[in-house]
Design a protein around this ligand. Sequence first.
Ligand code: NAD
Ligand code: TYD
Length: 341
Amino acid sequence: MKLLVTGGAGFIGSNYVRHVLTAHPDYQVINFDKLTYAGNLGNLKDVESSPNYTFVRGDICDRNAFEGLEFDAVVNFAAESHVDRSILDASPFLRTNVMGTHNLLEIVRRRGCALLHVSTDEVYGSTAEGFFNEDSPLQPNSPYAASKASSDLLVRAYVETYKVRAMTTRCSNNYGPYQFPEKLVPLVIINALNGRPVPVYGDGMNVRDWIYVEDHCKAVDMVLHNGKAGEVYNIGSRNERPNIEVIKLLLRKVAQRTGRNEDDLLNLITFVKDRAGHDRRYAIDPVKMERQLGWGPDMSFDQGILKTIDWYISNRDWWQGITSGEYMKYYDTQYGERLKK
Ligand code: NAD
Ligand code: TYD
């Protein structure tokens, strides 16, 4: 099989490329990525010389960028992915997430190849109780979630109208190695290591379901190989936690791993102004993946968090390269005022 992985230089995409090269040594993988602020070829240094791996720099919105590339299936991770950035400026989200997905749908329609579209539980919106299944209404609340919901609906329309062989996965919050420092888990670890305030939005009681990135990658691979064309699959870990619990766990474990004083790290917690339109709780029902594809997560939260902390401790060069550059402009915009109060 020849796989085109879009967004393969990002957090989940790079973990997925590595997973495929290990799990399917006879596959050819083309990593197609624009290398935005979130794309980093350093995420794949260990596999870049593999004869089964090729990198192509390109934009999923560009109609001509795929000419000359041969592939049987596309796995689409390429996206603008951060809610806070979508609140600052939604335009890049509409361009890449909506128009880019449309362009990919046109390409797979013309070529007759398969598409696995990677989406998010955020398209269902927030719920105080119960769980969303694949047929729940889409009620996105952030510009990011709205752009992903739009892309999901385009996939649905292409399946119905043109019989495109496409599937959609909707996963909960990922954490693990190579996650860009703007997201909650790496932000807490890095700020703890740097002795900086750890910003907690609102009352810290917003709930997310946390999944280790490799478990998500395995699920995507199962859907690619055994999923049914036209179907949607929720991927969740049955691991719901309020943010403040996750943050305290991270700080305690960083203290253990580095020998720092636990109270000093817990004192870094700083409650700040809430995110606009902040979804209270994401909750999906992963029973379809479990029953139809026999999938379930392998990693416990405690183990996954330790592996992640150890990775960030051992890979300071990776994140120091990011946190010393352009990223700090974003950080200052997001937290400069909030952390002064
Ligand atoms: P990320 O921001 O780390 O990576 C996105 C990648 O896409 C980057 O390498 C970037 O360079 C690339 N990209 C952006 N625009 C592009 C374009 N126009 N053309 C080609 N490449 C482009 O994101 P991530 O966290 O790895 O998320 C990957 C996918 O998984 C996204 O579609 C996201 O919506 C979805 N998802 C993420 C999570 C999560 O917790 N991170 C959860 C569920 C679903
Ligand atoms: P995030 O990692 O941005 O993922 P998402 O918004 O897609 O769920 O945030 C996870 C949760 O953590 C979310 O409820 C917002 C909250 N959060 C903070 O409290 N402080 C922070 O500095 C960040 C980045 C997020």
